[in-house]
Design a protein around this ligand. Structure first.
Ligand SMILES: [Cu+2]
Length: 211
């Protein structure tokens, strides 16, 4: 299963596409020129008459310098702009959202459905690779605000299939927002993505989305 919801996967793909293009323009072009224009045996190896320690002012080209400053700048501004979009998937707070507590401690997760209806939020256990782990059931199409707390050190719940995570900090409340869709009906894994000690790797839980 690919990690991250569609919106995050698309963003990732776009970053990879731009990275390949920038890599091709810079490294491959540079490598090609380094090989093509190197001096041959027996030829004059200082055709540009360069003097060590002296900047070759006559080779200066302001237009070229502006081009390689402005174009990458525009690209960076653009990539920053498109990165903002998905943040609202994680941090927008829907006033209608149901509040669900996720409490972290070394090395387990605890869920708190409060006074919510069984259908909206319920807690049970699930088997994850032979170990009993907590399971929370949520309803597709409902909005949830997860209230994150930690008992001891910094943890970070990561909803692997949805691509969202946030730090859980001792002495501080952080929040995460999500509205599971009908396409996400099924079981999903919740992991800890902030190293928190010996059993960090086993700090898992199951999130079930039902119709
Ligand atoms: Cu951890």
């Amino acid at each position: 299963m690919k990690a991250g919801g569609d919106i995050f996967n698309n963003l990732f793909d776009e970053f990879v596409a731009w990275s390949i293009l920038v890599f091709a323009i810079t490294f491959i072009w540079q490598m090609h020129h380094s090989l093509k224009y190197r001096s041959k045996d027996g030829s004059d190896n200082n055709v540009d008459e360069l003097t060590p320690g002296v900047f070759p002012k006559e080779n200066d080209d302001l237009r070229l310098e502006l081009t390689w400053t402005i174009i990458p700048f525009i690209l960076i501004v653009y990539l920053t702009y498109i990165s903002w979009g998905p943040l609202s998937e994680v941090w927008t707070e829907d006033p209608e959202a149901h509040q669900v507590g996720i409490h972290a401690s070394q090395w387990s997760w605890g869920f708190d459905c409060g006074e919510l209806d069984e259908d909206i939020c319920s807690i049970s256990n699930a088997d994850v690779e032979g170990q009993t782990k907590p399971k929370i059931s949520l309803k597709a199409g409902e909005s949830y605000t997860f209230i994150l707390t930690s008992e001891d050190v910094t943890h970070a719940p990561f909803f692997v299939d949805w691509g969202i995570k946030e730090d859980s900090l001792p002495g501080m409340i952080t929040k995460m927002y999500y509205k599971p869709s009908v396409d996400e009906i099924g079981t999903h894994l919740l992991l800890c993505t902030e190293y928190c000690g010996d059993d960090h790797g086993y700090m898992t839980a199951v999130v079930e989305v039902h119709a």
